[in-house]
Structure formats: C-alpha cells, structure tokens
Design a protein around this ligand. Structure first.
Ligand SMILES: *[C@@H]1O[C@H](CO)[C@@H](O)[C@H](O)[C@H]1NC(C)=O
Length: 414
C-alpha cells in the first residue's frame, strides 16, 4: 500500500528533475539487468512484455553461500558467532556476513521471498524448491583447483547439484512444472574472487603455469563454459556478476600503507572486461532459444563505497569489523568478538562486506536498471512516476524503491 505522504512527495517533483535523475542513473556504471527481466525485448517495447519470474537461483562462492558448507569439513564456514549477529533471530546460518547476503537481497527485491536458502543441509519445503535455492559454496571458484584446498563445492559440482535439484523437483511436481520453474527462473553467478586472491596470488602452482593475463584468460574460458552448461541445463536468464575489487578487502591491502593492492584489482578488472565481451558473444550464440546473459558490475559499485564511504554512512574502509588479516575470516574467527559499531564498517571480516554494504551495492545494481524496467509501462500513466526519487543524493530512498518494486511486481503478476 502506498501512503498519502509518499503520494504527495511523488506529485511535488517536476518532469525536468525526473529526466536529470534518469540521466544520472544512466551514468558510467551501466549494468544491464534489463535483458534478464524482459526476455522478450520487442514485446516489452510494444508494452506487452510481461516478465514472469518463478524463482531465483544462485551459484558461486562465499559472497552468496547461505550455508551449503555447514556440514563440510572446511575452514570456509560461517555457522557460528559472530557470523549472523544481525540476521533475523541473531542466527549464524552459514552466511559469511553479519546478516543477509546478496542472494537473499536479489530474491526479496524481486518479490520472490525474503531469504534464499542453501540447497544442501536445510529442511527444504516444496515451496522453497519452487521459488529458488542457492548452490554456492564458500571457497569455490571457476578454476577447479581453487575449490580443493578449501574443500568447497567446485563450479562443476554446483552444476551437478542443480541437475540433482531438477530431478528432485520433477519427481515432486512433474516434468512440465519443473521445466516452467527452470525456464522462468533468474540465475546469478558470483565467482572468481577466490581464484585470484586464494589461488593465483597465494598458492604458487598456477603462477608457475600461467602469467596473470593467461590465467585470467583461463578463468574467463572456464566462466564461459560454466555459463554455457548452465544454459544447456535450461537456465535462460543469467546475471553474471563480475569479480569485486579484491585488492581493497582488508586482508589483501598493502601492508603498511593500507592502500588497495593494485595487481589484484587489475586482475579483477581484466577478468570483468574480458567476460563482458564474452557475454555479448554468448548472447548471440545462446543454446536455449530466448536466453539472455547480462554482465552485472560489482567492481565499481563496491569501489564507490570504498572511495566515498561518507556518502553512504561508513566510517571505516580499510579494516574489517572482525579483523583485517587473512586469518580474520571464516573458522578462524569462531566466537571472536565483533566490533561494537558494525554500521560504520564496509567489511565485516577480512574478506566479506557487511550486510549494510551488500544491501547498498545490491540496491545500486537494481537501481541502475529500474528506469529501463518501468519506463514503458509507467510513461503512459505519468502521475504514477515516483518523481521525488531523483532528489536523493545518495541513491534512492528505500520507501520509493519499494514503490518501484511494487509497480514492477504488479506488471509481473498481471
Ligand atoms: C571450455 O570449453 C572449450 C570447448 O569445449 C574447451 O576447448 C576449453 O578448454 C574449455 N575451457 C576450460 C578452461 O576448461
């Protein structure tokens, strides 16, 4: 429901300020989530495209693992305090943060559900299976070697779990309904950070085999193969989230100066720019008709928080709330006290952002695409435009963002 005050705020702004806001939104960090939500671009242009979203599925590493590693013999685990201290109920679920992680946020912003559960180990109901799960595993990467020391579920292992999921769902609801859920799902992949930080720059083996550009090329090829396999398995809309500015996480910063480590950041940028080109190519060579692949930028969106922390209400950029060395993450901080003022911090432990930082980044990823998503349907009923949003210097207020989502979801369910 939209309350009175929000409506009057909406009506008070002008069309001119709206256009300024749209242009600002179109700036540098354009992230093309639109194709994911509007698989039939021509239909959308004609105002008839309805983007049905059945479920959200996520593959990747500890950025998005909600607890798949809980029963594994691995140091990449987070099912104990201080993890989860700001999660509903203060529970340490295995999410590598103080609260929710990006998979949860994508699912809730898309109106699917509040939390996106791990596929492994939790007591999943049919309704959970029908609306999406996470196959990600902390410590994983595109390079199969990355998952070995971390005893994480490799990227190939995650695809096998997806196959298992499909079989299970088919047994429960029949093939036709299973195919519908799969083809109307939105898929996100978030991997690559461990391949660089925990493999290439830490273990000598790959450095003996590859120089940095050729290792990045190998990762890109692995990522493309992963995406193609996922597509062959029925995933049509795949949001490909690049590698974050790993040189800026507390454990990777330069010793002494605490500057972001440039080689790691350059490697991440190189991967991101190469995968962007490959994604464009994949869009032309999709194996399932009607598929859309989109590159979603986490690099510059997170870097913006790191470079302008004050703008987002952060005070501490270089240190993690639970510590800043390589040993201030996962099992190494079991029952370790967290800082008292987590909202001041971008990083929770020495590798992973706080829930607040994740939430801002996910909102940015979505906001950068919202105008494209709703422009067509709302233009014709211009009194419904949430004009005031453009005056918000920091991004867009949550209340107005909620309103945009409601409008999008009305479209979705229409
Ligand atoms: C990706 O697949 C192609 C074609 O099957 C293969 O030649 C290539 O080696 C694969 N890349 C990696 C990194 O495994």
């Amino acid at each position: 429901m939209i309350n009175e005050s929000r409506e009057s705020v909406v009506q008070s702004a002008t069309m001119a300020s709206l256009r300024r806001g749209l242009l600002a939104g179109l700036a540098l960090l354009f992230v093309n989530l639109l194709p994911l939500l509007l698989p039939c671009a021509q239909g959308a242009a004609a105002g008839t495209g309805k983007s049905k979203i059945s479920a959200v599925f996520v593959f990747g590493d500890s950025i998005v693992d909600p607890g798949n590693n809980n029963n594994r013999l691995t140091e990449a685990r987070a099912d104990f305090p201080p993890y989860g201290e700001d999660f509903p109920g203060g529970v340490a679920t295995g999410r590598f943060s103080n609260g929710k992680v990006p998979g949860d946020m994508f699912a809730s912003r898309l109106g699917i559900k509040e939390l996106l559960p791990p596929y492994i180990g939790s007591d999943l109901q049919l309704s959970d299976l029908l609306t999406g799960v996470v196959f990600a595993s902390g410590g994983s990467g595109y390079d199969p070697l990355t998952s070995i020391p971390a005893t994480a579920i490799s990227s190939t292992g995650q695809l096998e779990l997806f196959l298992d999921y499909k079989e299970k769902l088919k047994a429960l609801v029949g093939e036709e309904e299973m195919e519908r859920v799969i083809s109307e799902g939105i898929y996100f992949t978030v991997m690559g950070a461990n391949d660089l930080a925990n493999n290439y720059f830490t273990i000598p083996l790959r450095r003996h085999q590859y120089d940095l550009p050729s290792y990045v090329e190998f990762l890109v090829s692995s990522a493309v193969n992963f995406t193609m396999k996922l597509n062959e398995m029925g995933a049509k809309r795949i949001g490909f989230i690049g590698i974050p500015p790993i040189g800026c996480c507390p454990s990777q910063r330069e010793i002494g100066s605490r500057e972001c480590e440039p080689m790691r950041n350059q490697a991440a940028q190189l991967f991101n720019s190469e995968i962007t080109k490959e994604i464009n190519r994949l869009n032309a060579e999709q194996s399932v008709p009607g598929s859309k692949f989109a590159y979603i930028d986490i690099y510059y969106n997170l870097l913006d928080l790191i470079q302008q922390p004050g703008l987002y209400g952060f005070k501490e950029v270089t240190e993690g709330c639970c510590g800043s060395t390589v040993l201030n993450a996962a099992i190494f901080i079991k029952n370790h006290p967290a800082c008292p003022n987590v909202y001041d911090y971008i990083f929770w432990d020495s590798f992973h952002p706080t829930e607040k930082a994740y939430s801002i980044v996910v909102d940015k990823l979505i906001q950068q695409n919202m105008q494209y998503l709703i422009l067509e349907p709302l233009d014709r009923h211009s009194s419904a435009w949430p004009h005031a949003i453009v005056e918000d210097k920091k991004g867009w207020s949550n209340a107005l963002l909620d309103r945009w989502w409601q409008l999008l979801l009305q479209e979705k369910h229409a």
